[in-house]
Design a protein around this ligand. Structure first.
Ligand SMILES: *[C@@H]1O[C@H](CO)[C@@H](O)[C@H](O)[C@H]1NC(C)=O
Ligand SMILES: *[C@@H]1O[C@H](CO)[C@@H](O)[C@H](O)[C@H]1NC(C)=O
Ligand SMILES: *[C@@H]1O[C@H](CO)[C@@H](O)[C@H](O)[C@H]1NC(C)=O
Ligand SMILES: *[C@@H]1O[C@H](CO)[C@@H](O)[C@H](O)[C@H]1NC(C)=O
Ligand SMILES: *[C@@H]1O[C@H](CO)[C@@H](O)[C@H](O)[C@H]1NC(C)=O
Ligand SMILES: *[C@@H]1O[C@H](CO)[C@@H](O)[C@H](O)[C@H]1NC(C)=O
Ligand SMILES: *[C@@H]1O[C@H](CO)[C@@H](O)[C@H](O)[C@H]1NC(C)=O
Ligand SMILES: *[C@@H]1O[C@H](CO)[C@@H](O)[C@H](O)[C@H]1NC(C)=O
Ligand SMILES: *[C@@H]1O[C@H](CO)[C@@H](O)[C@H](O)[C@H]1NC(C)=O
Ligand SMILES: *[C@@H]1O[C@H](CO)[C@@H](O)[C@H](O)[C@H]1NC(C)=O
Ligand SMILES: *[C@@H]1O[C@H](CO)[C@@H](O)[C@H](O)[C@H]1NC(C)=O
Length: 799
């Protein structure tokens, strides 16, 4: 009885926070600026926070966690909920349970490798993993990253990132897997399974609606509100998180931004409603760094861990004992909140049980290494104390890095089979552009891979989503090596100064062939590069890339363009230039970038990478863009008005011809498709399946799509086949949505039967009234092809 009353009292407190004066003000004074119905976008309260239940394969781990947590004191419990600030070895570090000899939990960035450490690898970025469209390679990347996190003693890897490529200029898009929720979901699952196979807890992030850097919140900046309707939330942004939960992800990171006016970390609809109830998430929520803006409300809304523990950046009180720390929303404040009845003790027990459930599920109670690096320094000592044991965790991961780098290269243009090149053909090679060469201050010269203004090759974006290069094989270095090996006296002449057009023209006009490099970078908001505050200001090439390309092409009839970009770039000014014989779109390949490139250029690898997003002709062709300026309203709003129509869905729906469509990529060979078969499995229990990942039947296979792919060209290689569905008209879906893909290795002349299974969720739309997935009745179209617009086979079925 008492408990209920207290809970209601807290619910009221939370209700007030959810519709804070800001929002009331907003509704009354501002109405609907720009016609966007902001006032309707308010998150309802969902209380109380569901206890961990131990469903499915969490059962054993939850039982162990409950037993472990049962006798913990309040101070011990609170120690695990709150970080020690930025003073320990790891970027996040909970307190200890001294009595039990438990040293606490170590958390570390990033989605592409162990940040802050030496002797680690820089893997290809998430966007390149996605561009391989290869589940096996993505899994192997996850396994190798997991092994490195484990080797450094990290319990929780802050990877993978799965926000969607909604706005092409979004600064951190490259950390994730592109513009489609299905592809992102598959890539997230493989990454999570790979990381967790090594006993490391993976983190699905950022939860949710964190699709731009401006006004993202945290680090003193104001958090905008991502205004997303329920159907869009389920069918797009929540989709990869649902897949991650189903894959058993141990942690989810609520984001900095607001959703429907309420900060993610105190949004009970998002945390309790969507995550813990609907998806039956059994792991723990840990805040993005400094994203928690309240104590009691966040606890009731479902948060489980406050990272790095302090209230705001800049507060430097000693937090070596989190349970006593008074510079945290939790810490000593959470102890008080339990003691004065604002937060039920059972909620705190649940926080810690969830954390230990993930810990036991990964087997971290058995022989898990202690941290042996320090986020404070890569030097051996810090303040006179040993900080780094310099454990080398790279093993042979360079091999998979090189393989993924090559497999993720998207060949956009290849006039008259210009590529592959014979390294012994031609006596003089011209290499142009700073992007071909080394970074002036060394690979790690700029903090968190900030690209130097004078240029240098771009192999990852900037920010916390990076790791320290052990080395960086730049393209020039790799080209020089391969060309000299074939012909020791071949001329390899480079003009790396992007603006030295005279030198460029002089070299371009005398060499046999030109390779011109350009890039476009972005990253996290806390670093501004050339006026770009995380998000890109434009979609054009940096360092005068367009002019450089045109200057080379004007003087060189065989010009090969190589681009390293974080996301789509405009190519209208050069893509069809008669002297540009090939365009190689290499993304962000990581430390082996040059080696991956030469593997494709010289034909050791037949390119099979496919665009994980649409390259439009111009920026205004895209459905959504970054909001850069503060409207006059209190909380900047990001209305997701395009709803389901992001990326290719929009280009298809609006009949806008892109430059290169989603799923596009050329090969040195050709592939033919035949024999489409569509087979249904039992769909009897199809409707009102509910929403939980444990719902009966939602993830059962409903249809099997099979077809034959034949390598009809002259080179062995991989073909990436894609399966799209067209929903019955009444469903109100985009013209086609990706529902399956397969990358198949085929020798010359060989063929193979590919079969792709579509589960019931894949045929469903989210019914906002019933709050359930539902298979619409009517005719579904099946499209099978080599890209979203190169459809080779089609058929239909009726449900
Ligand atoms: C946000 O508001 C929209 C519009 O009312 C609603 O459909 C959606 O469910 C809300 N989502 C959350 C997480 O509050
Ligand atoms: C969670 O479990 C505890 C018992 O451990 C119980 O007291 C509490 O009411 C439960 N909370 C909810 C929200 O069900
Ligand atoms: C909490 O953690 C700190 C170290 O972070 C430790 O010194 C302290 O003893 C711990 N408290 C308890 C009750 O175990
Ligand atoms: C460091 O790494 C090694 C190997 O992974 C591990 O055995 C050790 O426990 C770790 N910690 C320290 C402090 O060396
Ligand atoms: C917070 O804790 C520090 C010691 O860690 C103490 O000096 C300070 O007075 C405390 N502040 C408050 C407001 O309790
Ligand atoms: C209980 O303690 C918490 C943490 O100090 C505080 O935020 C909250 O206002 C307190 N509630 C009451 C009813 O005193
Ligand atoms: C490409 O081939 C076509 C004929 O197929 C020919 O007309 C054209 O000159 C060739 N272009 C180049 C750059 O070799
Ligand atoms: C390069 O091309 C430009 C434009 O066609 C031309 O004006 C210039 O003379 C050329 N340079 C050389 C060195 O041939
Ligand atoms: C786009 O931004 C980049 C990086 O700031 C800059 O180098 C370039 O000049 C800009 N492009 C245009 C057309 O302004
Ligand atoms: C292509 O290159 C040739 C040889 O350098 C040059 O004469 C011609 O003008 C170039 N074409 C264009 C469109 O720039
Ligand atoms: C946006 O403008 C409003 C009204 O002028 C102001 O209250 C708010 O602080 C501004 N936010 C940011 C992030 O600049």
């Amino acid at each position: 009885m008492l408990k209920t009353t207290l809970l209601l009292a807290s619910a009221t407190a939370l209700a007030l926070a959810s519709t804070s004066p800001d929002v009331v003000e907003l509704n009354i004074q501002n109405g609907e600026p720009d016609g966007a119905p902001y006032a309707d976008y308010v998150s309802p309260l969902v209380l109380p926070s569901r206890n961990i239940s131990g469903e499915g394969d969490w059962k054993e781990a939850v039982a162990k966690a409950k037993a472990y947590v049962a006798d913990l004191t309040l101070l011990e419990l609170v120690n695990i909920t709150t970080g020690q600030g930025l003073f320990g070895r790891c970027i996040g570090q909970t307190g200890e349970i001294t009595r039990k000899g438990f040293r606490g939990i170590c958390l570390e960035d990033s989605p592409l490798g162990v940040r802050h450490a030496d002797l680690v690898s820089v893997f290809p970025a998430g966007i390149n993993a996605a561009a391989t469209w290869d589940k096996d390679l993505i899994r192997k990347r996850g396994e190798a990253m997991g092994a490195e996190f484990r080797g450094k003693g990290v319990n929780v890897a802050l990877s993978p990132m799965m926000n969607l490529g909604r706005a092409p200029a979004a600064g951190r898009g490259w950390e994730g897997f592109g513009g489609d929720p299905f592809l992102t979901g598959v890539a997230a699952v493989e990454t999570i399974k790979g990381i967790q196979s090594q006993g490391v807890i993976a983190t699905a992030k950022h939860f949710i609606g964190n699709e731009q850097e401006h006004f993202r919140g945290g680090s003193g900046s104001q958090a905008a509100s991502s205004d997303i309707n329920d159907r869009t939330m389920h069918e797009l942004y929540l989709w990869p998180f649902a897949e991650s939960v189903r894959a058993g992800v141990g942690a989810i990171m609520p984001s900095y931004n607001r959703i429907n006016q309420t900060h993610a970390c105190e949004n009970s609809k998002v945390l309790n409603g969507l995550g813990k109830e609907e998806l039956s998430f059994e792991g723990f929520y840990m805040s993005d760094w400094g994203a928690m803006v309240s104590g009691v409300n966040s606890a009731l809304a479902g948060m489980d861990m406050n990272m790095p523990g302090f209230t705001a950046y800049g507060v430097v009180d000693d937090q070596s004992d989190p349970s006593k720390s008074n510079s945290s929303y939790w810490g000593a404040e959470l102890v008080k909140a339990v003691n004065n009845g604002s937060v039920p003790r059972s909620r705190v027990e649940d926080m810690v049980t969830r954390t230990f459930a993930a810990y036991f599920k990964m087997g971290q109670d058995k022989d898990y290494p202690a941290p042996n690096y320090s986020q404070l320094t890569t030097a051996t000592y810090y303040n006179g104390e040993l900080a780094n044991e310099h454990v080398n965790v790279q093993a042979d991961h360079y091999k998979i890095i090189r393989e993924i780098g090559a497999a993720s290269i998207v060949l956009l243009k290849n006039k008259n089979q210009t590529l592959p090149l014979d390294p012994s053909s031609g006596n003089r090679w011209g290499i142009f552009g700073s992007d071909a060469g080394p970074l002036l201050n060394g690979p790690n010269g700029g903090a968190d891979r900030t690209p130097p203004l004078e240029g240098g090759t771009l192999a990852v974006g900037w920010g916390s989503g990076t790791s320290n290069y052990p080395y960086l094989v730049d393209p020039l270095q790799a080209l020089q090596r391969e060309i000299s090996a074939a012909n020791p006296i071949a001329g390899v002449e480079g003009v790396l100064k992007d603006w030295d057009y005279e030198a460029v023209a002089n070299v371009a006009s005398v060499v046999d062939r030109c390779l011109v490099f350009a890039n476009s970078a972005s990253g996290e908001q806390y670093i501004t590069v050339d006026g770009n505050e995380g998000d890109r200001n434009n979609l054009t090439l940096w360092h005068g890339g367009e002019t450089l390309i045109k200057n080379v092409a004007a003087n060189c009839s065989d010009t090969i363009v190589v681009l390293h970009t974080v996301g789509p770039v405009e190519m209208e000014k050069f893509y069809d230039h008669e002297n540009i014989t090939a365009i190689v779109y290499a993304g962000l390949p990581g430390q082996e970038t040059g080696n991956s490139l030469v593997d494709v250029l010289f034909g050791k690898v037949n390119p099979s990478g496919r665009l994980p997003y649409t390259i439009g002709k111009k920026r205004s062709d895209y459905p959504a863009d970054v909001i850069y300026t503060n409207s006059s309203i209190e909380v900047p709003q990001i209305p997701y008005t395009e709803e389901l129509q992001i990326d290719y869905r929009w280009f298809d729906a609006k009949n806008i011809t892109p430059r290169y469509e989603f799923g596009f990529g050329l090969s040195y060979s050709t592939f033919s498709y035949s024999s489409l078969g569509v087979k249904s499995t039992d769909l009897k229990k199809r409707n009102n399946e509910g929403s939980s990942v444990h719902s009966l039947g939602l993830y059962d296979d409903a249809y099997t799509i099979s077809f034959d792919v034949k390598n009809s060209g002259g080179v062995e290689g991989h073909e990436v086949s894609q399966v799209y569905l067209g929903f019955p008209e009444s469903a109100g879906e985009p013209p086609k949505v990706l529902r399956g893909f397969e990358r198949t290795w085929l020798k010359k002349g060989a063929s193979s039967t590919v079969s792709v299974k579509i589960n019931k969720k894949g045929l469903s739309v989210w019914n906002v009234v019933k709050q359930a997935w539902e298979v619409p009745s009517g005719e579904f179209k099946v499209y099978v092809g080599a890209s979203s617009r190169d459809i080779r086979l089609s058929d239909s079925f009726t449900v």
